[in-house]
Design a protein around this ligand. Structure first.
Ligand SMILES: [Zn+2]
Length: 356
């Protein structure tokens, strides 16, 4: 299957239609690996998130990037280790890095990661010491660096170091250098929970490829690896939630609980910029749909009045994201700045309480 071929009816690439499931419980998961959960989300928010977190938390942007790359590579290792066929290491040597990377290239194009091209490897044959790729318009440069580092580490079962440099305003060169140090089995494990609370969300599906028809509103530029919302013009990408959660956990481990409030604040700002007043006022059905099509989770109740909003969500993808978005919804719908409280229930549901 050529994953960049598109569905004749709705225009969604087959790499998306055949590999991802939109589930009734508000999640998007990988077809052959239900533990790999993804969200479909505005990607310009990502690099803005790292920048704002460094400002709010008072740490350098370089440091935030280091944490992002490390955590993301750990999530990528765990995911690839689970899904790549046994003996992938031998396979990589047999078919060569070029073919491996060309499949990463087309994957990048359908997921909205930007345009990836192979630079080269040194030495040219056999076990590589250094591999170079170029990326144009990355969805998030540190996320991409983490993905690439993690992929190289899984293939070689050795630790890798990564360097990057801007070639111009759109293009970056990324070099991965393999170290001698081998990765232990524990390096491929990441605690991931399956969001398995059932739900009753239903989508009208494309009769040809089966993806939700709503996806017609998004256009893929498969030359550049860019997905856009035709209504807002904003760029989106599919990205794994375990990578995000690994980053946030690491930051919280290092800098304490204030990280949580910082993420909520940045997502509130992002939500205010991204959502329209009509969307914010679209009520239970509207917001439930908006959240589920993006894989954020399933809204199971919503009460919105002038001075208060109560929201309950099953299978929340990233709780801080949802709380930040809920604050933005409240602010847009009522014209008032809200104060938030949130908790996780025993059954894994997220409760958000916003008052003015
Ligand atoms: Zn279709």
């Amino acid at each position: 299957m050529k994953i960049t071929r598109t569905c004749g009816e709705c225009g969604v690439p087959l790499g998306i239609a055949r590999n991802l499931n939109w589930n009734a419980n508000g999640t998007i998961t990988q077809h052959n690996d239900p533990r790999h959960r993804l969200i479909f989300f505005e990607s310009d928010n990502l690099d803005r998130l790292w920048k704002r977190l460094s400002e709010i938390l008072g740490v350098t942007q370089e440091h935030i990037w280091e944490v992002v790359i490390e955590s993301k590579s750990r999530a990528t290792r765990a995911f690839l280790h689970r899904t790549l066929p046994w003996g992938v290491n031998l396979l990589a040597r047999f078919i060569g890095y070029r073919s491996m990377i060309s499949s990463i290239e087309s994957q990048g194009l359908v997921m909205g990661y930007g345009k990836i091209t192979v630079g080269g490897q040194y030495p040219r044959r056999g076990r590589p010491e250094r591999i170079t790729v170029y990326i144009e318009d990355p969805y998030s440069l540190p996320f991409f660096c983490g993905d690439f580092k993690g992929a190289a580490e899984v293939l070689e079962r050795r630790w890798a170091a990564i360097d990057w440099q801007a070639l111009d305003s759109r293009r970056h060169q990324i070099d991965v250098t393999m170290s001698e140090r081998r990765l232990g089995d524990e390096s491929f494990v990441l605690k991931e929970e399956i969001a398995d609370k059932p739900g009753d969300m239903s989508f009208k599906s494309c009769s040809t490829c089966g993806t939700p028809l709503e996806m017609k509103e998004f256009v893929w530029d498969l030359e550049e690896g860019i997905i856009r919302d035709t209504r807002s013009g904003r760029r989106l990408a599919f990205f794994g939630t375990s990578g995000m959660i690994a980053v946030f956990d690491e930051l919280a481990h290092e800098l304490g609980e204030r990280v949580s409030d910082a993420i909520i604040e940045v997502e509130r700002e992002n939500g205010l910029a991204a959502l329209s007043i009509e969307e914010a006022r679209s009520g239970y059905e509207g917001l439930r749909y908006l959240a589920a099509i993006r894989g954020l989770g399933l809204v199971t109740s919503l009460e919105l009045a002038e001075d208060r909003m109560l929201l309950r969500m099953s299978n929340p993808s990233i709780p801080e994201y949802i709380v930040g978005l809920a604050l933005a919804v409240f602010e847009l719908a009522t014209g008032r700045r809200g104060r938030h409280a949130w908790s996780m229930e025993a059954d894994g549901d997220l409760m958000v309480d916003i008052s003015s």
